[in-house]
Write a protein that binds this ligand. Structure first.
Ligand code: BES
Ligand code: MN
Length: 461
């Protein structure tokens, strides 16, 4: 059995930033590292090429009557900038106290290795375990998984025979309160570019005869929310899934106060849609955000210019049953209607992802026909988490997105059991990202029990 903590350090040392072509070598290194590790613990490893970053498929096969789990993870990470805000360099992992610091420690290298280590230990203990396991590890999660739908379609025949997917790429509020994530938000992203005059202009010579594109953009952006924090786009909320009573009940046991959360964010007050608490809003409501805005002079001192262009980067988080296609169309229509007619504009599509929900068994409204192996996996996860972490898990939808989970459901018909292993203080996507090593240890024990429980349950449990 390998040492999971030194393996995690080795994994982090490969700077696998999928967004930046300069990190080609780091992508290769991370991929070869995890493929090599899976080979060493007895898996048949395949590196499947895609138009961009390859997917790793690693299999432990067996008779068709054994349950079959796909374990998902991603070997790519977010860019580490701003580098100067890291206490120690992002790709030189360091243990301080209970935490291992480094880019990707929590998202997703630590949680992924947690499952790999659990599998290694379980198979050492029970070499004859009646369980088929396929690791499916991609390298494009942080850039919207452009190659993944094509990969899924090409391998659907084989992958759809599995029973369910297990992963840890979501969060929990505290070390002693693990969440089983029952939903993920979707996404739709686009750029909006506004043009005024054909070139930058002297504001003395031409000021007073045209609308500044920064003004037009600001007016447009300001119109997209109302005073109550709701998105002001007709039809935006039409398809939003109603919140089940059991979901509100789970959330009530979350154990974080709104006041603590406000202080954690460092904001003077919340701006949350009426009728929803902040904790409900991030899970159950869609959003529209400005991720970046620019135009005109940004340098030292002053410049008396009327810029030719202004731009904004806009994204929406979607909830079940919204679709990126419909929301994109609504937004583009609204923007076209509201944009002042004395400027021109251009919309550039960026990527998108469908939202996802799964109803765990033993809740109201469990869908008929849910796979018995999925139900046994949820029960095994509930028991394992209760035992190992000392408290029953909460079942909650999550605000973040892992869009391929909905693709897997659509293309393969498989649902996912998501054990949330990162904590609010892990600094995902930010400087000083870290993974709590106690969570890693307990996560390993829990994963081991879940997999063993599914194996023992068999295919018709
Ligand atoms: N692991 C995260 C998703 C996540 C974050 C789940 C926080 C729960 C809580 C994942 O790697 C991620 O960051 N996804 C991106 C989406 C992607 C298409 C860029 C996200 O949610 O912004
Ligand atoms: Mn992730």
């Amino acid at each position: 059995m390998f040492d999971p903590i030194s393996a995690l350090k080795d994994f982090i040392r490969h700077p696998s930033v999928s967004a930046d072509p300069a990190f080609r070598e780091g992508m290769h290194g991370a991929r070869d590292f995890i493929a090599g590790l899976l080979g060493r613990i007895g898996f048949a490893v395949e590196i499947v090429p895609t138009p961009l970053h390859p997917v790793i498929l690693a299999e432990r096969t067996g008779p068709a009557e054994w349950p079959h789990v796909i374990i998902y993870g991603h070997y790519d990470v977010q860019p580490a900038d701003p580098l100067n805000l890291w206490t120690t360099p992002a790709f030189l992992p360091e243990v301080r106290g209970d935490r291992l610091y480094g880019r990707g420690a929590a998202d997703n290298k630590g949680p992924l290795l947690t499952h790999v280590a659990a599998v290694a230990r379980l198979l050492e203990r029970r070499p004859d375990l009646p369980l088929r396991i396929t690791f499916m590890i991609e390298g494009e999660e942080e850039i919207g998984s452009p190659s993944f739908p094509g990969f899924l379609a090409a391998h659907a025949e084989r992958l759809r025979k599995a029973d369910f997917v297990l992963l840890s790429d979501t969060g929990s509020p505290r070390e002693d309160q693990i969440v089983i994530t029952c939903g993920l938000r979707g996404l739709v992203l686009f750029d909006l570019e506004v043009t005024g005059a054909r070139t930058d202009l002297h504001s003395g010579l031409h000021g007073g005869v045209l609308r500044n594109p920064i003004q037009a953009l600001a007016e447009l952006c300001a119109s997209l929310h109302d005073a109550d924090g709701r998105v002001n786009v007709p039809g935006f909320y039409d398809d939003v899934l109603d919140v089940h009573a059991w979901e509100r009940e789970q959330l009530a046991r979350f154990g974080q106060s709104a006041e603590e959360y406000r202080a954690f964010l460092g904001i003077p007050a919340f701006y949350t849609a009426k009728g929803f608490t902040p904790f409900e809003a991030t899970r159950f409501l869609p959003t529209l955000e400005f991720n970046g805005i620019g135009g005109g002079y940004q340098g030292e001192g002053t410049k008396t210019v009327i810029p030719s262009k202004a731009f904004a980067k806009i994204s929406c988080r979607l909830v079940a049953n919204q679709t990126p296609e419909k929301i994109r169309a609504l937004l583009y229509e609204t923007i076209a209607q509201r944009m002042p007619k004395d400027v021109t504009f251009r919309l550039v599509d960026q990527h998108s992802g469908q939202p996802y929900v799964v109803v765990p068994p033993d809740r109201s409204n469990t869908p008929a026909g849910q796979s018995p192996v999925l139900a046994s996996a949820f029960r095994a996860a509930d028991a394992a988490i209760t035992e190992v972490f000392g408290r029953a898990p909460l079942y909650l939808r999550e605000g973040g997105s892992v869009p391929i989970i909905a693709d897997i459901k659509r293309v393969l018909g498989l649902d996912s059991v998501m054990m949330g292993l990162f904590l609010p203080e892990d600094n995902l996507h930010a400087p000083d990202e870290s993974f709590n090593l106690n969570v890693m240890r307990k996560g390993m024990a829990a994963s081991e029990r879940i997999l063993e429980g599914v194996a023992v349950g068999g295919r018709r449990s």
